[in-house]
Design a protein around this ligand. Sequence first.
Ligand SMILES: NC(=O)c1ccc[n+]([C@@H]2O[C@H](COP(=O)([O-])OP(=O)(O)OC[C@H]3O[C@@H](n4cnc5c(N)ncnc54)[C@H](O)[C@@H]3O)[C@@H](O)[C@H]2O)c1
Ligand SMILES: [Zn+2]
Ligand SMILES: [Zn+2]
Length: 361
Amino acid sequence: MVHKVKGVVARSKGAPVTLETILVPDPGPGEALVDIITSGVCHTDLHYKLGGISDDFPFLLGHEATGVVSAVGPDVTDVAPGDRVVLNWRAVCGNCRACNRGEAQYCFNTHNATQKMTLEDGTELSAALGIGAFTEKTLVAAGQCTKVDPDADAAAIGLLGCGVMAGLGAAINTGGVKRGDSVAVIGCGGVGVAAIAGAALAGATTVIAVDIDAKKLERAKELGATHTVDSSETDPVERIRELTGGFGADVVIDAVGRPETYKQAFYARDLAGTVVLVGVPTPEMTLELPLLDVFGRGGSLKSSWYGDCLPSRDFPMLISLYKQGKLDLDAFVTERITIDQVEEAFDKMHAGSVLRSVVEL
Ligand SMILES: NC(=O)c1ccc[n+]([C@@H]2O[C@H](COP(=O)([O-])OP(=O)(O)OC[C@H]3O[C@@H](n4cnc5c(N)ncnc54)[C@H](O)[C@@H]3O)[C@@H](O)[C@H]2O)c1
Ligand SMILES: [Zn+2]
Ligand SMILES: [Zn+2]
């Protein structure tokens, strides 16, 4: 059977998104059909719409989602109809070089549904991050469904499906932030503020939030920043050094992903410190740095895919901390919107007035 539902589609580069009828097939082997409950609007959806990720239009947008499994393929045993799930975009294979050496968070062969969702005329849709969740129903690989506690606000925990997990994990997993560390985070959108919350959760004693938008800095303070720097007025490298005894921070996280913010991160970290790039650059961006500085400053330069998370390990753990009041996921949900308001949510993201708009289906 094919299900006819509404979905938010980016048809061509830069064009406003449209609400389209889409066709979703029943799950085949290894697949699951999921009724979406909520889906957050992430900057990566905007990257897709603007052609910054690939040219495989049309895209079915949305990927930060909570849902209920409604059907599974014949061989699927890990999840069952009725299960409350948060969708993940790195279903690990268990079999590649990374998985075989016990580092499944780097899996090089993550999978998605095999069958395609389509427009009514049969045009195949590219699902954002292999999910496509601004729709009533989506088809994913069963491994993309992480079973979670049904007794937690869907809008809040759904954000673990992308931006909030990426930020928390950039601090906790990739950056390895420890008690007593100093941490600076450049860019305080959903991802950056989550990195701030992650650094605070891990016990960092100095947590410096950097943004060009004063509103974002206010919110960063509420989620654990001890200091803020408005880099539209103040040189962030100098200020971060001042705030860390003249040395620079132990871990600096670039949650913007531009050459200039990466350079700030590179020079704002202490000798032998760590830079984590979690913001996603676009294809035309290049970086120039004196190689001697790369050598001379030591330490490590890392990238963080999805916060180097393992969804089956990290989602339930973080939901448990949320329910205990130790991780304020509610603070990330700025507004709840309907499926026809995604374009407006992009405008608000651009204007910096929201941390996350969450579509309720
Ligand atoms: N690595 C991953 O797995 C992963 C996952 C999700 C999102 N992302 C990426 O993370 C980035 C942030 O996503 P988001 O949803 O938080 O976006 P967002 O638009 O909500 O936030 C971006 C923030 O950066 C600030 N900013 C922009 N230019 C700046 C500059 N030059 N200096 C300082 N601050 C600046 C903005 O004011 C804003 O607060 C995006 O590139 C997104 O694609 C990466
Ligand atoms: Zn693998
Ligand atoms: Zn995302």
